[in-house]
Design a protein around this ligand. Structure first.
Ligand SMILES: Cc1ncc(COP(=O)(O)O)c(C=O)c1O
Length: 393
């Protein structure tokens, strides 16, 4: 028995206070001031603030149209609605994602067809996407999971060949790029979330991205009745009813998002520097399979989820987590439950035994902190903790 290990009663490797280094979102007086200003102007509902955010975020992305929505889920709903997705249609999406990547498809009466992820990078497998296409397939939703862009050239090539719309789920990927383009600008649509845990946190809120004017006007007409009045007659005739939803973003959340956008890149840089230092150390240790994207991908880290193959070492994944926790690390198994195994989908015919690659790899993922406020000292202690634990393999 190795008595140096904290799990066996030894001293902990991680002794620094982690609360400040891991705190997220990182709000300041500037955020408070922006919200207060709106309150003092009585602009807590109708306001130009979301439109200002649209302009700034579109500019940041290099996008043609950006429409501020109440959340990311509503933005995806709008994209699917505009594409006319309906009962009898199929939409392809990975099973390994947050439920909101898939559920708006179901609420429109269409079927979600789940596809595999590539076990190296946990993103949609373009080959399996191709295999899942049927004559009923109308759209595909690649998810840039944890901030890593999908292989968009391959996905878009298949989609164009088969005449399928591409809706990028960029809810984890604020600031990430594929071949010099920001995520959400490559497909027919992209959508973002500004929920508080995201790299660009506004509290709640979302953004729909498109380069197609008609798509944009339709999305406005769906959920922004006041704004429909300013559109051409085809759309403005619906100004008193819209097309069914009130999807506008709260100005207070837009105000926070605007302030946070100013420091997004610097905050992403801190996460990347700390996480990459840790990953470089981990790839030297047994069992860790670290994925480094090709040079044309600029990734960000919404979460820091990595593959650990306990089956290739003497320490199974749950024992590793237990040992690391004893050392003081904040570490857990990945938090996403595979969608194709959820009761909602199983009750509607989904086979939980499908997707063997996704099922297998999801058993080997652990989530580590993103170190958003760390000056580099905490991550050093994490490296020490991992080396200490790995020394016992
Ligand atoms: C992958 C993914 N897609 C969609 C969403 C939906 O965004 P929202 O929570 O703003 O509705 C989220 C939010 O957590 C997400 O993680």
């Amino acid at each position: 028995m190795n008595e140096n290990l904290a799990v066996n009663g030894g001293a902990k490797a991680i002794t620094l206070d982690q609360e400040e280094a891991l705190r997220w979102p990182r709000l300041t007086e500037e955020d408070e001031q922006a919200v207060l200003e709106l309150m003092r102007k009585n602009e807590i509902s109708v306001s130009q603030e979301p439109m200002k955010l649209e302009k700034e975020f579109a500019q940041f992305l290099g996008a043609k149209y950006a429409l501020a929505e109440v959340n990311g889920t509503a933005a995806l709903y709008a994209a699917l609605f505009v594409l006319g997705i309906k009962q009898g249609d199929e939409v392809i999406c990975p099973s390994y994602t947050y439920w909101a990547s898939a559920m708006p498809v179901v609420t429109l009466g269409a079927k979600v067809v789940f596809c595999e992820v590539d076990p190296k990078n946990l993103n949609m497998d373009p080959e399996d996407f191709r295999k899942k296409i049927t004559p009923r397939t109308k759209a595909v939703i690649p998810v840039h999971l944890w901030g890593l862009p999908c292989e968009m050239d391959e996905i878009i090539a298949v989609a164009r060949e088969k005449k399928i719309a591409v809706i990028e789920d960029a809810c984890h990927a604020h600031g990430a790029e594929y071949k010099g383009k920001k995520m959400g600008t490559l497909g027919d649509f992209g959508f973002y979330s500004f929920q508080a845990s995201k790299n660009l946190p506004g509290g709640e809120g979302g953004m729909l991205i498109t380069a197609n004017e008609d798509y944009y006007y339709q999305a406005v007409t769906l959920g922004h009745y006041r704004r429909a009045a300013d559109l051409p007659e085809r759309y403005s005739k619906y100004q008193h009813t819209c097309l069914g939803f009130k999807h506008r973003m709260s100005p207070l959340h837009a105000a926070i998002t605007r302030v946070q956008l100013e420091t997004l890149e610097e905050k992403n840089r801190i996460r990347n520097a700390n996480i990459e230092k840790l990953l470089k150390a981990l790839e030297e240790l047994p069992g860790f399979e670290i994925y480094w994207p090709p040079s044309y991908i600029k990734r960000v880290y919404y979460e820091n989820d990595i593959v650990y193959r306990g089956d290739k070492t003497e320490v199974p994944i749950d024992r590793l987590i237990e040992m690391l926790k004893a050392e003081g690390a904040v570490v857990r198994r990945d938090r996403y439950s595979l969608l194709h195994q959820q009761p909602y989908f199983v009750e509607r015919g989904s086979n939980p035994e499908d997707l063997p690659v996704t099922r297998e790899i999801s058993e080997h993922v652990i989530a580590l902190p993103t170190f958003p406020g760390d000056d580099g000292r905490l991550v050093e202690q994490y490296i020490e903790a991992f080396r200490k634990v790995a020394g016992t393999f």
